[in-house]
Design a binder for this molecule. Structure first.
Ligand code: ACM
Length: 634
């Protein structure tokens, strides 16, 4: 009996602690470490006094808070360093609260007063972000919103991140995004407490950062020919087509972006991708190539130039810097010198991914280097290059980071590794004692489609929201201290504008944010998705685009004995009804409801589906040609 009551007691405690997560009703993403909901609410006064210390690092936080409360809610906000009657207080702890670390905070909302405390300014900023998520969604509006009761539920929150590295990578090389667009991207990421923006600044399609000692990188390397359609399949540009598409950030632009990010507690990690992905640099300075004729190359505009099939990609034009050429190291020293001065963050990412070796195999200079240095494989040639590059980066006082290919052929002594081809590279690097950031394609590639390819901009693979949410940065079997955190990567071959960049980033960016901030045991997919839906209201208010793809079913076909198709529809979201048609008309909730795998009528050509919640259409109308499903079935 005693045992039974103990068991009951344990179950109750478990149910309560889980229930506390699942039923706080607060929809905060990422889920805070501890939330205690209290009765009552705070009503935002028309005239708000905010007390915040006069430390300079708090200025950007108070102006952020002031802007939010004045813009949408129309309150007048006064900031004071001492104000006993303040309704919102931001307090930097005089004695460190060890429980919340450098980025954590406590947030106390009572009927008459809101208090955020933290050890450092970053924590106050994150406390403010949580407070924003507790206000009505319209707080995200860029215009005054009338007739809203601006209340905050009473609550006590203690919160701090699981990882220090909570990143998003934005590829501004394949397509260029303006300084204003990068700021817009930062504005969205900080709402979910992401703190690292990795800018992929160089690639075959463009070099995006001004290097004063190497002006042709941007006068020549920043521009290609504007093409629209399916990137990678374009016709080769004619000689007379204007090379005016693209752009770059001047050094002043970079300083402005770094400052903008800093005021929002975001570090910018610059990536200069070498020795592969370097066509823009080679076009600007053909002497960096091992291959005769490189002076005839042009910056890629999306025409085929690589063969991506097979385990090792091969280049049709040599887009690599030559490891056997001393000029390359002089060039890299100049680039890294300026990059190190521009970006205060401690790491510089030097790429290293997908470097084609087929031109190196043909090169006499590479053969001579191999003989001289005793290098047996092309991977060892790349490793030779990476180790020299690591020394250059370290000579500028920075830490060297690269994609997981830098492990092949042997890692340099202090290299940090970003694991993208799954987590195995990260595991291997950590086992060798190196720092690792996890950003595996399997969970964190934001360029992948979010539902069936018939609905999305076509690219290699699909990564659904529920799969992104399974992201776990720390594999069993490695020293967790070496895993600095995780990030999601937005490559932009098929992303032509900032609206599409937002569509690809959200909501999966929230899944990654919760995976790198919240305690592992607090994660729950159905609960998370409920919160995501509430966040969609905030995205609507902010006019930030997001993908509704989680409402689209997955399609799975098998062949019946008579040759027709049997089709299974799977929803990743619970509680939806799916209605369908095979007669080319547009289904609604008066059509057949999907309850079990369906047989396609022999002469049907099209399956159309739509998901509803109750009587409300919630998903998109999806049109699946049966020829497409047939082609997928063996
Ligand atoms: C990569 O996705 N090529 C790092």
């Amino acid at each position: 009996m005693k045992k039974l009551s103990l068991l009951l007691c344990c179950c109750l405690v478990h149910a309560l602690s889980f229930g506390q997560v699942a039923q706080s009703g607060l929809s905060i993403i990422p889920e805070p470490v501890k939330t205690t909901r209290l009765a009552g609410q705070f009503l935002l006064p028309k005239s708000v006094i905010v007390e915040a210390g006069s430390q300079p690092e708090l200025a950007s936080i108070t102006s952020y808070l002031k802007k939010k409360l004045t813009t949408a809610a129309g309150s007048s906000v006064t900031i004071k360093s001492v104000a006993p009657t303040a309704s919102i207080k931001l307090i930097l702890n005089k004695t460190t609260d060890a429980a919340i670390g450098t980025e954590g905070y406590t947030l106390s909302v009572k009927a008459k007063k809101i208090v955020i405390r933290a050890n450092e300014a970053a924590g106050l900023f994150y406390g403010v972000q949580t407070l924003m998520q507790l206000l009505p969604a319209d707080i995200e509006s860029a215009q005054l919103v009338k007739n809203v009761k601006w209340t905050v539920p009473c609550v006590e929150i203690t919160d701090y991140p699981r990882f220090a590295w909570r990143g998003l990578m934005f590829d501004v090389a394949r397509h260029f995004f303006t300084k204003a667009e990068v700021k817009q991207y930062i504005d969205a990421m900080v709402k979910y407490k992401l703190n690292l923006l990795h800018l992929h600044l160089t690639d075959d399609e463009g070099w995006r950062v001004e290097i004063k000692s190497l002006p042709k990188l941007t006068t020549v390397g920043a521009y290609n020919v504007k093409k629209v359609g399916q990137f990678g399949t374009f016709s080769p540009p004619a000689a007379n087509e204007p090379r005016t598409y693209g752009g770059f950030y001047t050094q002043d632009d970079i300083r402005e972006l770094v400052q903008y990010a800093k005021e929002r507690f975001v570090n910018i990690l610059p990536e200069i991708d070498v020795p592969g992905h370097s066509l823009a640099a080679v076009v600007a300075y053909p002497e960096l190539s091992c291959t005769p004729g490189a002076d005839k190359y042009v910056v890629n505009s999306g025409e085929p130039f690589m063969n991506w099939d097979g385990p090792h990609n091969t280049a049709i034009v040599d887009n690599t810097l030559c490891p056997a050429n001393e000029n390359v190291y002089t060039f890299l020293d100049k680039v890294v010198t300026e990059v190190a001065q521009l970006f205060p963050f401690g790491y510089i990412h030097m790429g290293g991914d997908e470097c084609a070796k087929n031109f190196w195999e043909q090169s006499d200079a590479i053969k001579a280097l191999m003989a001289k240095e005793g290098l047996k494989t092309q991977q060892e040639v790349q490793s030779y290059f990476e180790k020299r590059l690591e020394k250059i980066v370290e000579s500028k006082g920075k830490k060297f980071m690269g994609w997981d290919e830098i492990i092949e052929g042997g890692l340099g002594p202090n290299a940090a590794v970003m694991s993208w081809r799954g987590i195995k590279g990260g595991i291997e690097a950590a086992k060798q004692g190196h720092e690792v950031v996890m950003s595996p394609t399997t969970f964190a590639y934001l360029d992948y489609m979010q539902s069936d390819r018939v609905n999305e901009t076509k690219i290699y693979a699909t990564l659904r929201l529920s799969k992104s949410y399974e992201f776990e940065p720390v594999p069993d079997s490695v020293d967790a201290k070496l895993i600095k955190g995780g990030q999601a990567n937005l490559w932009t071959e098929q992303v032509y504008n900032i609206r599409q960049a937002e569509y690809m980033t959200w909501p999966r960016g929230m899944a990654i944010a919760e995976s790198v901030w919240s305690p592992k045991q607090k994660k729950s997919w159905p609960y998370f998705f409920g919160k995501v839906e509430k966040q969609f209201d905030r995205f609507n208010a902010a006019e930030t685009k997001y993908a509704p793809s989680a409402y689209d079913p997955s399609f799975n076909g098998i062949r019946n004995a008579d040759g027709t198709l049997k089709i299974t529809l799977i929803n990743e979201v619970d509680g939806l009804d799916t209605y369908y048609s095979f007669d080319n008309s547009f289904p609604d909730n008066f059509y057949p409801k999907y309850t079990q795998p369906i047989d396609a009528p022999k002469d049907a050509t099209t399956l159309r589906v739509i998901t509803y919640r109750g009587k409300k259409p919630i998903g998109r109308m999806v049109t699946m040609p049966l020829s497409e499903l047939n082609s997928r079935v063996k």
